[in-house]
Design a protein around this ligand. Structure first.
Ligand SMILES: [Zn+2]
Ligand SMILES: [Zn+2]
Length: 240
């Protein structure tokens, strides 16, 4: 396996019926990392991995739709699988959001924009986005392939900040054109514009608002990207 992205949840802001908030598994066949642990993603994780099959967690920011299943996973590790020292990477401050202190189950590492970390065979580089709290987009390299994930961001940040040579970009597209500027998020059109500027060959849109017509988001994104975009689907996998 080169590099595989599996969507555990992709609803923006809140989960649609049967859906889940943001969460992704990235796996190169030797290292498996759970990126964002939004509500509903722990349940879906178990469709794709043993509960003790995750090597590390990476959290993009402290908005609840990106991390609250960390609480459930803490319970799993403490009472069921009895794991300790699981690496968790995230921006400063997130550790203090949990119900109780999660050490020694989790081994927290504060990361910031511009930093690079190695997790097993994967290499991650972070970039601070245009979003309310400190939010980290990431470039993830493994198996000779490279994935870019925008996390949450307004249009003041671009996928170009993750550097050249991305094979696939997973970019937030919360809004459509009518909602642009309503909050620090991108529309599908802005995501397409960003991916085109970064010369990404393949774009997957995620974090769509459940109230919006996803097919229309795909059309607006494709229009700006200059090629058809894909829509993230819960439990779907993508070979990067
Ligand atoms: Zn979000
Ligand atoms: Zn957010």
């Amino acid at each position: 396996m080169a590099l595989r992205l599996t969507v555990l949840g992709c609803c923006g802001t809140y989960a649609a019926p049967g859906g889940a908030c943001s969460g992704y598994l990235v796996d190169d066949g030797s290292t498996r990392v759970w990126i964002d642990t939004g509500a509903g993603t722990l349940a879906n994780l178990q469709r794709h991995s043993d509960l003790d099959g995750v090597d590390a967690l990476v959290l993009s920011h402290e908005h609840p739709d990106h991390w609250t299943d960390l609480e459930g996973f803490y319970n799993v590790c403490r009472f069921v699988t009895h794991r300790t020292g699981i690496p968790v990477y995230g921006p400063d401050g997130l550790r203090r959001r949990t119900y109780e202190d999660t050490g020694p189950v989790f081994d927290w590492h504060v990361v910031a924009g511009g930093e690079r970390v190695g997790i097993g065979a994967l290499e991650l580089t972070f970039s601070r986005t245009d979003h309310g709290p400190e939010t980290l987009a990431m470039r993830i390299g493994g198996g000779g392939r490279t994935l870019g994930y925008s996390a949450d961001s307004g249009p003041g940040w671009s996928l170009e900040a993750l550097g050249p040579g991305l094979d696939l970009a997973l970019c937030e597209a919360t809004f459509q054109r009518e909602q642009e500027g309503m909050a620090q998020h991108m529309s599908a059109w802005q995501a397409g514009t960003s991916a085109r500027a970064a010369r990404v060959p393949r774009l997957v849109l995620t974090h769509l608002w459940p109230t919006l017509d996803a097919e229309r988001s795909a059309l607006e994104g494709s229009d700006a990207f200059g090629a058809p975009v894909e829509l993230a689907a819960t439990n779907a996998s993508y070979e990067v």
